[in-house]
Design a protein around this ligand. Structure first.
Ligand code: F6R
Length: 241
């Protein structure tokens, strides 16, 4: 694992955007795996700036998002479709058909998940997967468990994840109970992985995930076994090391 230690969230966002931009410049027709949440928002903002300055084009890029709530329509304000449109897609020249997200309204989980895996495969696999990490070590919506879920699947969200996401919904009852997510094998199949971790509240889980044993109880710990992982973390997140 490569560790890029930065001072704060702003520096983390610039470093992450530079790495993603480098991927696109080196391979304009690349496949990016994307994440939602607070961790990548600043990086997306920097990528938009690079695009607006005429220095970066997404015209040949294909994207696959990690996950989507089950039961939320695409245009729901809290869907990850909406998040990606607002934070990145709307502001860059990514062709509309090139952005892939799981369809949270598909009642047929098996069809939806198998179709997503097939689409990633047909696109040639993911060149660079962007990740954040939950306070319990989750990546995507792969929650602590007794085993690593392999492929894209439907997951029951844990009470702690629903509580963490409650801030975006009117009440806890409105937070979806399930999500579709890439599995651990889907994520580890990416050629390169870029994970962003910021803030003192992630310091303990960062230490556990990257310097503790590899265990499905801490899903991000599996990243220790991938041959090309870059962790960009700020001082606060690295403070427990
Ligand atoms: C988002 C996702 C999640 C988040 C994680 C961290 O698509 O899959 O695993 O990356 O919950 O969220 P933030 O960045 O909000 O701390």
């Amino acid at each position: 694992m490569r560790l890029i230690s930065v001072s704060d969230y702003s520096a983390l966002s610039t470093a992450a955007a530079d790495l993603i931009a480098a991927q696109i410049l080196l391979k304009p027709a690349c496949v990016l795996g994307l994440a939602t949440g607070s961790s990548p928002v600043g990086a997306y903002r920097e990528l938009v700036k690079l695009h607006q300055a005429g220095r970066l084009s997404f015209s040949r890029v294909t994207t696959f998002n990690l996950d989507e709530y089950r039961g939320l329509p695409d245009d729901h304000p809290q869907s990850y479709h909406t998040f990606m449109n607002q934070n990145l897609f709307r502001a860059v020249d990514l062709p509309s058909g090139a952005a892939h997200l799981l369809d949270g309204m598909d009642p047929d989980a098996a069809r939806q998940c198998a179709g997503y895996e097939a689409a990633i495969h047909a696109a040639g696999g993911i060149d660079l997967q962007l990740l954040g990490m939950g306070h319990n070590g989750h990546i995507g919506f792969n929650e602590p468990a007794d085993f690593f879920p392999l492929d894209t699947h439907c997951v029951d969200l844990t009470p702690s994840t629903r509580q963490a996401n409650q801030r975006f919904f009117p009440s806890l009852d409105d937070v979806p109970r399930q999500a579709y997510t890439m599995g651990i094998r889907t994520i580890l199949s990416a050629r390169r992985i870029l994970i962003l971790v910021h803030g003192a509240d992630k310091a303990e889980i960062l230490k556990t995930a990257f310097y503790g044993p590899v265990t499905p109880q801490v899903p991000a710990s599996i990243l220790q076994l991938h041959s090309d992982v870059t962790l960009v973390a700020d001082e606060a997140a690295l403070s427990a090391l």
